[in-house]
Design a protein around this ligand. Structure first.
Ligand SMILES: [Zn+2]
Ligand SMILES: [Zn+2]
Length: 382
């Protein structure tokens, strides 16, 4: 149970102080001295290292256990994540798990968008409600997490000051402090905050409208892929925040890279067919609503949509059952030590060509659906 709100003077001063100072000092510094390669480089490096530690570490690893990571990686996330000045990984994960559990509920969700855009963005931080740690017993078993929880401010300060150390070494403390420290803190803060505010207010809902989360491609570059928030709320335990290859999600690419190097394992991902089903159900729901408000009864169009939907569902069923049969066969052959040689290769080739046929049918079924959808949407424009 949350305690009564109490204004946190420290949080308020820190958030407003860094923002106001940055708004005054950054233009002043740029006007007087311009921007050196070293200052820009330190800003970029710190922003990337700290932002990725929040996205790939605090969020996908610690809050959601979307994969498992070696201690070296966990340590790096905890050390650089502390420099985001967004509290310890333990507090962050506790709040975030409550956010997912009670999303949009003004009582349970620590940064519920139902309490307003600015509340979800940063007022909740300034309000400084002291919540007990909840549902993080798994994380409390990790000695590295416990260590960071005790010393996160000092670890964060030591790391955040790296640009200043470079400034001391190069004789340009002021420029590195303003750009690499002050500006970096403000940009890191507000890019994270935008996921709690903007990604619950603006964007599309391709997978679910059960809560306010939105996919917002504009936020993805700022947050290393966290902008696809509707996908994330639907499958929070998936190590990806987007399933499509072209969607900007460096977080998922980095985790894949870590898996190749052995630093990460047990990557969790939702089956592809479930993503298709969710998209289809959401589109069907919207189109049914359009048909229901059409001035003339559209029986023919309703039937066409129904047939197109059934075709996709059938294609997905065939795709899934073939995949499951293949997984079972592969497990059986691997257990017997026979998953190699020409007989195995022939079996693989046969499965690949079957899968390719299934994909073609799925694509054709979606094209059929899109044509029917176009007709329904045209009705809406009349
Ligand atoms: Zn959210
Ligand atoms: Zn999350």
């Amino acid at each position: 149970m949350a305690q009564q709100p109490q204004r946190s003077l420290l949080n308020t001063l820190f958030l407003w102080g860094t923002l106001v100072l940055a708004l005054i000092l950054v233009p002043l510094k740029l006007a007087r001295q311009g921007l050196s390669w070293s200052e820009a480089g330190m800003f970029g490096l710190m922003y990337v290292l700290i932002g990725l530690s929040i996205t790939v570490g605090y969020h996908r690893l610690f809050s959601h256990r979307a994969y498992r990571a070696a201690w070296q990686l966990r340590l790096a996330f905890l050390v650089f994540g502390a420099a985001a000045f967004e509290n310890s990984a333990l507090w962050w994960s506790s709040d975030h798990r409550q956010h997912h559990r009670f999303v949009d509920d003004p009582k349970g969700d620590p940064y519920a968008i139902s309490k307003g855009f600015w509340y979800a963005h940063w007022v909740w931080v300034m309000e400084g409600v002291v919540r007990p740690l909840e549902a993080v017993e798994d994380l409390q078993k990790d000695p590295l997490v416990r260590w960071q929880h005790r010393y996160h401010f000092w670890i964060g300060a030591a790391v955040a000051l790296i640009p200043v150390y470079v400034g001391i070494a190069t004789g340009n403390i002021w420029g590195h402090a303003v750009i690499g420290l002050l500006l970096r803190i403000v940009v890191t803060h507000h890019s994270t905050f935008l996921i709690n505010s903007a990604a619950h207010r603006w964007g599309s809902q391709p997978y679910s409208d059960a809560n306010s989360s939105r996919d917002n491609a504009l936020l993805a570059p700022l947050t290393f892929g966290e902008g696809y928030h509707n996908f994330h709320h639907k499958w929070q335990w998936d190590y990806r925040n987007s399933a499509r290859w072209y969607q900007w999600d460096p977080g998922k690419w980095l985790i894949t890279l870590f898996a190749w190097t052995g630093l990460a394992r047990d990557l969790r991902r939702v089956p592809e067919t479930q993503i298709h089903h969710a998209r289809l159900d959401m589109e069907a729901k919207r189109l049914t609503a359009v048909l229901a408000t059409a001035p003339v009864l559209q029986e023919g169009l309703r039937d066409r949509l129904g047939l197109a939907k059934a075709r996709i569902e059938e294609a997905l069923g065939a795709f899934q059952s073939r995949r499951e049969a293949w997984e079972a066969l592969r497990a059986e052959w691997t257990a017997k030590g026979q998953a190699r040689g020409s007989a195995w290769q022939a079996l693989r080739d046969q499965w690949k060509s079957e899968q390719s046929r299934c994909r073609q049918e799925l694509r054709a079924a979606w094209a059929d659906w899109k044509a029917a959808k176009g007709q329904v949407l045209a009705l809406d424009c009349v």
